[in-house]
Structures are given as C-alpha cells and as structure tokens.
Write a protein that binds this ligand. Sequence first.
Ligand code: SF4
Length: 451
Amino acid sequence: MDSKNLPYIKYLTDNYTADPSFRRQMQEHPQETLTSRGISLDADLALDVCARLCWDAQYFRAPEGQNPYLTEFQAHFQRISQEYENRVTDDAFADRRICLWSRQIRKRCRMENRRIRMRDGIHYYPLFFELSDGCSVQCPFCGVDAPRWKSDFLYTPENAELWKEILQICVRYLGRIAGTGACYMATEPFDNPDYEKFLYDFRAIIGILPQTTTAVADRCPERIRAFMRELGPDAVQNAALRFSIRNLQQLHRIQEIYSLDELKDIELLPNNPESLTQYSLSGKGIRLCERMGEKGKDKFFRYGICCTAGLRVNMTKKTMDFIEPELPSKAFPNGYRIRETLTFENAGDFETGMRHLFETWALPELPEDKDLYFNSVCRITEKENCIEFWGDGVGCSLAKDGGFPDAVRIISERPTTLAAVYRSLSAENGDALRLWQKFQYLYERGYVRWA
Ligand code: SF4
C-alpha cells in the first residue's frame, strides 16, 4: 500500500469488522472517532468504506463507485488476488491428470456450497506440510480440530537434508503448484522454533514463498519482525503474512505492539467471537456452536475450511495423508476426508508413497470398478425428457435416453459400480460408453462420487 490513506483505512476496517464497540462509535460519531485516533480522513467516506466492506447498507455514505478510498483499497487487494491467481494456472501443474482432478474438486466444492462459489479466490492445493505434531494454541473455533502440541520437526542436519530432498521431489512431481500450499495445516507455524529456516529452503527450492498465517503474533513480535525483514517488503506486500485474531484483547495488543506502518500489509483475520467473521461449523467449532447456543446462531455456517486436495505431509510424524475437502458432516466433522495414510523414513519412501497416493486417488476419470454414489447434497428430479441434478443453487440436466434413468435409480438406491450397472442393464460397447460419459459429466461437476 503506497498511499498515505491506506494504512488508516485498513486500521478502520480491521477494527470495524472485529470490534462491535468501535463499529458503533464509527456509525454514531464517525468524525469524533477518527479525531480521537488521530486519523485525518473524510469521516463520511471512511464510514462508507467500512460499511461497504461489511455489507452494512444503512451506513453507506457515498454513491456507488464514487468513494476514492474504497477504489484504492479494492485495487490493492485485487492486485494481490491476481498474484495468487497467477500461481494456480493450469501450467503450474507438471501432471495434467492431477490438474484435471484438482479442478474437479474445486467444481464439486463450489457446487456443494454457494458461499464458496461466491468467493473466486478459494482454491484447493495439492501439498501442505506440517512442521509440528499438534498445535499449542487450541483456538476454540479451530475448524480442523488441531490436536494438542506434542513436538516439532527441528532443523537438524539430517532433518534439513530430508526436507530439501522432499521439496525437490515435490516440485519435480507436482510442478510449481507445489509452492501454493503452506507449511502448516493443523499446526501453528511459530510453534516450531525453526519454522523460518524450513520456509527459506522452500522458497529457494520451489521458487515460491508460501503464505504464513499465525495466531500468536503477539507472542513473539521480534521474531516476526525479523521474519518480515527476511521476506522483504515485496513479499509482505503480497500478503505473505497474516495474523489470526483470537480475541479482542489480542487485537488491541497487536495494534499496540505493531505500528500502523507494519500492519498495513498484514492481513488480519478477525476470528474473535464478537467479530463479523463467521466460523466453519466443523472441528472444535461444532462444540463452540453448542456452547454459544442462541448467541452463536448466526456465527456459524457449514463449509469446509480445509483447502488441501492432495497431500498433507507431517514431517514430525513422517506421515503422508491423502486428503479431499468435504462439507463438514458426522462422517467428516473436520471438513476433510483422509483417503489413505502412508509413513516414510527417507526421501525414497516419500517419493514412492507420493506417486502411489496421487495415482490411486487423484482420478480425473470415473473408474468403472468403484462403487459410485450421489453426493449427499445432490437432489435429483426426473422431468419428462431429462433428469435434473441440483447442488446448492446450481444444477445441470441430462437427457433421459438409453438406460440412463435406470442407472440413476440403481446408483441412488445403493452404491454400485458402473460395471455392475452395465451388467444389470445389459449395456455393452456403445451403450456402456454413453452411460459412462453421462456419469463422467456428473463426476466432473461433483454430483457423483466414488467410494
Ligand atoms: S486455528 Fe490454527 S492456531 Fe488455532 S488451533 Fe487450529 S491450527 Fe492451531
């Protein structure tokens, strides 16, 4: 952010989103609120930015498209979004099949949940690392239900060597897309005293600096400042660092510890209970929702918080899980399913395991020998000439020709392989192929899945 106004706008919007008493002050006395904080901005325009970013229509104060603060603020974030979009293009994948499968996962998640569909910036990445076993923070809203911290993967000479070999394998096998995940999932990056060393190796080998989100920015400011210096202003401006805000006191502490200038490029994620942010109804959030009762009624919604579609590698436990994002449910309370877990001792094991997992589970084409079932969100309606398949506010229809209606009925009744469907309908050659093509169409969009 170059403009002198942007740090102030960011400060105001951070507080407006996170702190209800600040929000009230801004709404009722915008000029006095700005003056008391030493901010010389136009009060109506400042309130308009806050209100528009929070969809608070009664406080809009400028005609649509005519707030220069908002234009500047949005241009800044659009530039960052574009940087991230450039990282996930098809040519970032070394393997076309993994790319296709990854696109299908995204289509499915967007079909399952309209609010995910409204956010174009949500992608699913094929590789995440964890550099600790568990997380010391234990946020009450943790959507992936991180277990308690037990130990860290330290930067010993042997561990550093293994780490570098694994990164080389990943970038060779996956391509540049390997750099789009992160070096944490159900972990807090700064729990690990050597986190930065691992990250700098990652940047050197994969050529991309993954994002770091920390929930303990107030615990180790000098360490974080040193980290920001090492990243450099360009990386920080490209949202390389985010602070998760667990409670209001922490927000205020962070705003005391770090200057406006330091915070201007750090995205604050207001996860405190009073904020306007909604929690995922998954992981620890399920228990928190129960505890909050009526007060939590608008605070939660059902969406998967996990953006891994591929490998989660825990370097401490030496495990690799093949993960797919899921809408949180009784079967998948943490918003993801683990298809298979392998362990590794060395880089050779890792490479063999990685290939096996992607070749087994990342299938862009519908297998004929696996049980198929309809996605639990999929509603099926039979019309005169077609069958409609509906997800969350989006749908498609397919002609009712050949054995298709019977095949849909068979698979709706119980999970069945396509091979068994062909047999039961005596569908051979061209008929079988036409059935496969229709189910493939549904599979690519997430309406049909395989067990
Ligand atoms: S949200 Fe992040 S920091 Fe908080 S418990 Fe979960 S993994 Fe740890």
